[in-house]
Design a protein around this ligand. Structure first.
Ligand code: SAH
Length: 345
């Protein structure tokens, strides 16, 4: 079976021709899937029953099922747990901002990157998500909330650059004029720093924002938090970031999770400034969200403020990530994990 929601309009046109159908049928079906967001071939009212039957034989129609939804009483953030056709579950987050609604999606079931503070990686990687499974997280949320999604961040469970082909396909479909047509500038892809893929992405010359999870300023420290640091040095990462900026003109975001007593000192701030000073960038400080499987603690509020002030004094664009959905298992991979634990009991 062909995964029809992962096909570009051009691919679908070619495939419809193979079925002996006119190309405009592909345009109609594509519109039903990616603009009207219908959940099955049966909902496509201007498609004949005969063609619907042919489609059902040939294509798999991906839709995710909502198995849980938690809404924050503090800020209205919603966390969705979706079931995939094979029984695996993934989570996505819906956040309401003044400038529009944002969805944070997962790119893999689990993750094999092994970052020390992250809940998504505790059980390793199960499998990659297809483009249609990434898209349908957004489509399902849009239908469920009845609201338009204007921003998408690929910052949920998984390492997007470890699922590069599907990621690119997803980005093409999400930004296509004949689909939801989300502006490239409103999309952020976050990576732990897989250098060759960052460079490949730069070559695509997309207008999306690349976010790099830096979290430490020396290779030695970074290796303690992120195994990927054994493979690529900070120097190589910085060169890849510079390259991305040169190719796309897009300013890089550096994510820096502040872990109490680990990477939040005055000296760490000074080293971070020295690293990113030359680059056109934005630093996003994330007070670490402690997970029960590890004993990392959040930095003191004063340390967080002092860190931010020091960066600001050196004219670095810096924000502290607002904690959304504090009351609903906000940290990456926590909801999925809890669900799995409960199903085993
Ligand atoms: N694999 C991608 C996207 C994953 S998560 C990446 O590494 O960038 C998005 C961000 O949240 C990353 O910067 C990640 O390091 C960070 N993160 C994960 N768990 C966290 C936690 N418990 N507290 C704070 N930040 C966390």
């Amino acid at each position: 079976m062909i995964d029809i929601k992962s096909m570009t309009l051009q691919e679908l046109k070619e495939d419809m021709e193979k079925l002996g159908e006119k190309a405009f049928r592909a345009t109609q079906i594509y519109g039903w899937m990616h603009q009207k967001l219908v959940r099955s071939f049966d909902d496509m009212s201007n498609i004949s029953s005969a063609l619907k039957e042919k489609c059902k034989e040939r294509y798999q129609y991906t839709t995710l099922k909502i198995v849980r939804m938690q809404e924050s009483k503090i800020d209205g953030t919603r966390k969705y747990l979706f079931e995939l056709h094979d029984g695996n579950v993934v989570e996505s987050v819906w956040m309401k901002y003044k400038h529009g609604n944002s969805v944070c999606i997962s790119s893999q079931v689990g993750c094999r990157m092994g970052c020390a503070f992250c809940a998504s990686t505790l059980d390793g990687l199960e499998r990659n998500l297809t483009a249609s499974e990434m898209l349908d997280q957004i489509y399902s949320i849009s239908l469920h909330t009845g609201e338009r999604v204007s921003n998408v961040v690929v910052m949920g469970t998984g390492e997007p650059m470890d699922n590069y082909e599907n990621l690119l396909k997803f980005l093409r479909l999400l930004t296509a004029e004949e689909g939801l047509h989300i502006s490239q500038r409103n999309i952020t892809v976050s990576t732990c720093g897989i250098v060759p893929k960052m460079r490949e992405l730069a070559e695509e010359k997309l207008q999306i924002t690349l976010a790099l999870s830096l979290h430490a300023t020396t290779d030695e420290k970074r290796k303690k938090l992120m195994p990927i640091a054994n493979k690529y040095s900070i120097k190589e990462l910085m060169e890849a970031c510079r390259y991305y900026f040169e190719k796309t003109g897009r300013r890089i975001t550096f994510e820096y999770s502040l872990v109490g007593g680990v990477n939040d000192t005055n000296e760490d701030a000074a080293e971070l400034i020295a690293l990113v000073n030359e680059l056109n960038c934005h630093v996003n400080l994330i007070p670490v969200n402690p997970i029960k499987e590890r004993d990392f603690v959040q930095s003191e509020n004063e340390a967080i403020q002092a860190f931010k002030n020091k960066l600001e004094k050196n004219r670095i664009n810096v924000t502290i990530r607002r904690e959304m959905g504090r009351d609903i298992d906000g940290a990456c991979g926590q909801l999925r994990r809890r669900h799995k634990e409960q199903s085993l009991q």
